[in-house]
Design a protein around this ligand. Sequence first.
Ligand code: NAD
Ligand code: ZN
Length: 262
Amino acid sequence: MEEIEKIAGWIVDSKRMVVFVGAGLSTESGIPDFRSPGGVWDRYDPEDFDFHRFLSNEKSRENYWMMATEMYDSMKDASPNAGHLAIAELEKLGNLDCLITQNIDGLHFKAGNSAEKVLELHGTAMHATCLDCGKRYEREEVQARLSAGEKAPQCAGCGGLLKPATISFGQPMPERETAEAYRRSQSSDLFIVVGSSLVVHPAASMPVVAKRAGAKLAIINRDETACDALADLVIRAQAGPVMAAIAGAVKGLMAYGGKSFE
Ligand code: NAD
Ligand code: ZN
């Protein structure tokens, strides 16, 4: 495909490439996204994910933990797919400035991306934290307590509320990751979106920031996104095979001396 060669050329020529991903990257690993048919929003009320609701009453916390358990069960044993592996490959080839992920499934690390390259904008489901003292818990440990009958677990140290270390609607974004993600978007020369509808803010403003600052913008997503009109190139297809083909093409170009032909 001509577009694949084009993006591969841009990647090889790029000095500060940012890859930005969403739930669509992980559907091929068997983890449902939110907005596709059969996704989370078809089965749950988005308001149940609201942070203030979580804080406000015990019943909401119990509902939240039920939904969160279902999501975690789909994530904990999932394997990275061809898309994750291709992005890890781009890091190994030395072409990645950073990977901004909205995903909470930890699959980038299983694929081999390194912690210092990955900015988890919406936190991670692989841990839980106490909202009062900040103590971190292994998610498995908390899930074992839920299986044993607890419905809305509390901190063993201070009695505060435990919550998966993910960012709910209405909850403040993680400061370091958000600031860093904006900074990297602003300074990037190539910004590649994979598997995101680009409707969840502030994450979805990052491609716009990058483009306004002069980056090339490429979008690989199965359906239309909120930024298609702004993009230099849009590929509407499955993320896994396309990303694998792009990583392959990059390797091919690098074998010819590290420069694209354009
Ligand atoms: P989204 O559900 O809004 O959009 C996903 C997009 O991916 C859709 O536009 C869909 O067309 C596309 N898509 C689905 N499968 C695809 C595939 N195989 N190849 C290419 N495109 C595909 O997701 P979002 O933009 O990431 O926003 C949703 C929020 O939900 C995020 O903030 C994230 O934190 C959270 N979430 C995370 C996970 C996860 O960690 N895997 C799963 C569900 C939701
Ligand atoms: Zn605590």
